[in-house]
Design a protein around this ligand. Sequence first.
Ligand code: CAA
Length: 379
Amino acid sequence: MNFQLSEEHEMIRKMVRDFATKEVAPTAEERDENETFDMAIFDKMAELGLTGIPWPEEYGGIGSDYLAYCIAVEELSRVDASVGVVLSAHTSLAGWPVYTFGTEEQKKKYLRPMAEGKKIGAYGLTEPAAGSDAGSMKTTAKEDGDHYVLNGSKIFITNGGIADTYVVFAVTDPESKHKGTTAFIVEKDFEGFSVGKKEKKLGIRSSPTTEIIFDNCRVPKENMLGELGQGFKIAMQTLDGGRNGIAAQAVGIAQGAMDAAVGYAKEREQFGKPIAANQGVSFKLADMATQIEASRLLTYQAAWLETNKLSYSKESAMAKLMAGDTAMKVTVEAVQVFGGYGYTKDYPVERYMRDAKITQIYEGTQEIQRLVISRMVTK
Ligand code: CAA
């Protein structure tokens, strides 16, 4: 067993850290405040090859792996979790199912431009009455000649409105719950597709989250992804990898908050000495560092398993569960280390704390991760 990252992984970390520090961090606070996504940042990520890290070069990627992708999400989230999730949803939730289940034509038509960063991807599963119980979705897809006609709506769509390509799930056979769901690739310009309400959020405010609406949306049959009735399994398998991307995002948020707290604790003096000299603060930092390291190891393990084509559903759920809780705990403690200043917008830790919360909710709540893990350890 070797816990040392390869030269390639170290190189990717360094490249993304430089980019994140120089080009993402300076505007993170402003974009959070104004809830604005910056296309120029996405374009620069494309130039660096970050939009297609795990995909082979023939599909526009850089031919690296899932660990490199997680490192990139982590480093981006270390300064701005919104940018981290834009890349995560684009790669894990849209690119992955097209790469894994798409036909050669679909990969050329949809994966390549996503990998090259010419198009942005998104994933549409959740509905108003189908959140944790994803299988109870109501959006329908009815056959009509050489098209399927989709009706319904999806909510909480990361990259909604900025995405060009949406991987969505709809009921093709209402009689058979899970086996009656099918996946489709929907282009933003398809007739009957529109973007609805944009959410105003507590955190990850510069990553757009919207409703998407299908009003007799006509999707050519060749845009069915995988087989008829295979949609639920595609959705679940996609989330297995997606959860690991969110674990990486959570590790990044926690690390960013930790770095800020350490810097402040060494600088801030009270009672004639830096506050880091008090065990009340330094032991807090020790616990934070330990929780982050444990979360990172679980995350990298799941990414390694996926890269090596071994089973990773349980491990990615564990990584997301552990890292999401760590991000929440560590960011709350980071605010505490900053005291009153931590509660203001003069320092970034309040943003990290707001951003951390979503990692306990999306891509399956912590309760759903426990359900997935417990089913696997008791079967
Ligand atoms: N891989 C492959 N197949 C799977 C699977 C997986 N990981 N999980 C389930 N399946 C299969 C099962 O084997 C079963 O197949 P058979 O019918 O052939 O036996 C079928 O799918 C149904 O499985 P379950 O009976 O376990 O389904 P369930 O209705 O009990 O639901 C669940 C399981 C884990 C609770 C699932 O509904 C779930 O994950 N819910 C959470 C949804 C979620 O994570 N939403 C996130 C939205 S996306 C998002 O948040 C993105 C973002 O913003 C960034």
